[in-house]
Write a protein that binds this ligand. Structure first.
Ligand SMILES: C[S@@+](CC[C@H](N)C(=O)[O-])C[C@H]1O[C@@H](n2cnc3c(N)ncnc32)[C@H](O)[C@@H]1O
Length: 279
């Protein structure tokens, strides 16, 4: 019989050998998922034996991780702004730096109501969080691809805001949609040159169309920015995540597009990360 301790330690070692970060944490999370319990429960039951059925299931999950599939896809969820979001292949796994957008909205528009849009909604992390945080807000979530819209809808239901999150498949923010008090976006912004050097978890498993933003990494962001300039109410904000080298280009483009106030916010590591543009 294999004990929980033995399972965790042997997979920790295999993950380490394969260059996987947080090897023990990954082994614990995957075993907890196979057992249908929380990670803390696993840590408290180290001397218990695993049944053959559980062992087989947990080994299969760990084999997937060994091939660098992100743990969030394997367990089917990721935390964003303190809430759990379903994720699956075909949607970007939401990143902690994107939470900055929500924090900025809370500072800039603490009483936000009316209409907002999230362009390129992915899992719906931004759209759904906005709807939960601002109960008088209606949110349009757009994406060019069907899987992100399906997942956004599911996450809106999961968090009880499906009646205020509207999903629409479109390129950016189409002309039919206007009069927004806020638009947020985390468009694809990696360059084709950067793409091959991304971590295997990202490059080989997350959707390329969620990562690469055209030939210079800026094509989608610039198109969205120009569209949004025409679709915000006066005084409304665009908050857009971008690559650390893209701040200057996006500020210039935002001024050219007619935004009244433009600045860049940095992430926790001090890198240019969010364009803040006021119409
Ligand atoms: C970087 S992901 C962001 C996902 C999510 N908002 C987040 O922050 O976790 C970019 C998303 O934009 C979508 N996308 C790419 N090009 C688009 C376009 N032209 N119009 C609308 N969505 C687009 C992708 O399918 C992907 O879901």
């Amino acid at each position: 019989m294999t004990s929980i301790r033995h399972f965790i330690e042997s997979w920790r070692d295999r993950f380490k050998e394969a260059g996987i970060d947080d090897a023990r944490l990954n082994a614990e999370l995957l075993l907890a998922h196979a057992l249908g319990v929380g990670r803390n429960d696993v840590a408290l039951r180290l001397d218990e034996s695993l049944s053959d059925v559980t062992l087989k299931a947990a080994n299969a999950l760990c084999e997937r991780r060994l091939k660098h599939e992100p743990v969030d896809y394997i367990i089917g969820r990721r935390e964003f702004f303190g809430r759990e979001f379903h994720v699956e292949p075909g949607v970007l796994i939401p990143r902690p730096e994107t939470e900055l957008i929500i924090e900025l909205v809370r500072k800039l528009q603490p009483d936000l109501a009316g209409r907002a849009a999230d362009v390129g909604s992915g899992s719906g992390a931004l759209a759904v969080t906005l709807a939960v945080e601002f109960p008088a807000l209606q949110v349009l979530a757009t994406d060019l691809h069907p899987t992100p819209l399906k997942v956004t809808r599911g996450n809106a239901e999961r968090h009880g805001v499906a009646s205020r999150v509207f999903c629409a498949r479109m390129d950016g923010l189409s002309a039919g949609a206007s009069g927004f008090d806020l638009v947020v976006s985390n468009p694809p912004y990696v360059t084709p040159e950067e793409y091959p050097d991304l971590q295997a978890e990202v490059r080989d498993h997350e959707p390329k169309e969620a990562l690469v933003g055209g030939p210079d990494g800026l094509a989608v962001a610039l198109r969205v920015l120009t569209q949004v300039a025409e679709r915000l109410k006066p005084g409304g904000y665009l908050l857009m995540e971008h690559g650390m080298q893209q701040g200057n280009a996006l500020r210039e483009a935002a001024l050219t597009a007619g935004f009244a106030e433009v600045r860049t916010e940095r992430d926790y590591a001090g890198r240019d990360r969010i364009l803040v543009a006021r119409a």
